[in-house]
Design a protein around this ligand. Structure first.
Ligand code: SAM
Length: 216
């Protein structure tokens, strides 16, 4: 599915999020507060928007983007020139302790097992290393649930049909949010996965949040 939507992914992202996704990624990287020469893995990197933002905020950082969809990575590489690795987030081809930080934007929700994804992230992070997750979590409050339902059942399918001509992919987007954790459930999962200092920042109240944590 991600191979299919790759050619129009950036355009769809901007339209669906009314360009606010650019600010969300900026916030994710800012909140991580990376050292100048950090080694960073951007996981489920897609077309490398987060990886590019890391390089913008930390020009001396060593950033690699990993994703299993070759079409996404090719577009990202052409756009940014950054190094990429085609890899499954559940079986990463990197040594233990290889990175100071891992970022995942709108990716964990897609994994067959987010818990296994977090275990793999913990394996490739050095002790004290940080993870930053930007995600559309399942809304918990009643008001957010109503706004979310209107947006997801009205606007997303309309844009999916007209811009991507791939309505199935955009039905998946909506269904995957409904099936994913709330931000509270996700912070609990991070703690169960061995991360500490778990902090969450709402970037679109009730819907999109940045969650950061570190290994002991
Ligand atoms: C919604 S896109 C997000 C892309 C990018 N992080 C962004 O901010 O736009 C989700 C990405 O996760 C990738 N993905 C999903 N499951 C994966 C897995 N098991 N291993 C690696 N990448 C995966 C998809 O190929 C897709 O590029």
């Amino acid at each position: 599915m991600f191979e299919r939507i790759a050619p129009r992914y950036d355009l769809l992202n901007r339209v669906l999020a009314l360009r606010t996704d650019v600010c969300w990624r900026r916030r994710l990287v800012a909140v991580l507060d990376l050292p100048a020469e950090a080694r960073v893995l951007d996981l489920c990197a897609g077309t490398l928007d987060v990886a590019a933002e890391i390089r913008r905020q930390r020009p001396a950082a060593c950033v690699v983007g990993a994703d299993f969809a070759r079409g996404m990575l090719q577009r990202g590489r052409a756009k940014t020139g950054l190094p990429v690795a085609q890899a499954d987030a559940l079986a990463l081809p990197f040594a233990a302790d290889a990175f100071d930080a891992v970022t995942v934007a709108f990716g964990l929700r897609n994994l067959e097992s987010p818990a296994r994804g977090l275990a793999e992230i913990a394996r490739v992070l050095r002790p004290g290393g940080r993870v930053g997750v930007l995600e559309l979590f399942r809304p918990a409050g009643a008001f957010a649930r109503v706004v979310h339902a209107l947006y997801n059942r009205g606007f997303v399918p309309l844009v999916g049909r007209t811009v991507s001509r791939d309505p199935a992919a955009y039905r998946y987007l909506v269904d995957s949010i409904d099936a994913f954790s709330s931000v509270a459930e996700f912070t609990a999962l991070l703690a169960q996965s061995g991360f500490v200092s778990v902090e969450r920042r709402s970037v679109w109240p009730g819907i999109s949040s940045v969650v950061v944590a570190r290994l002991p």
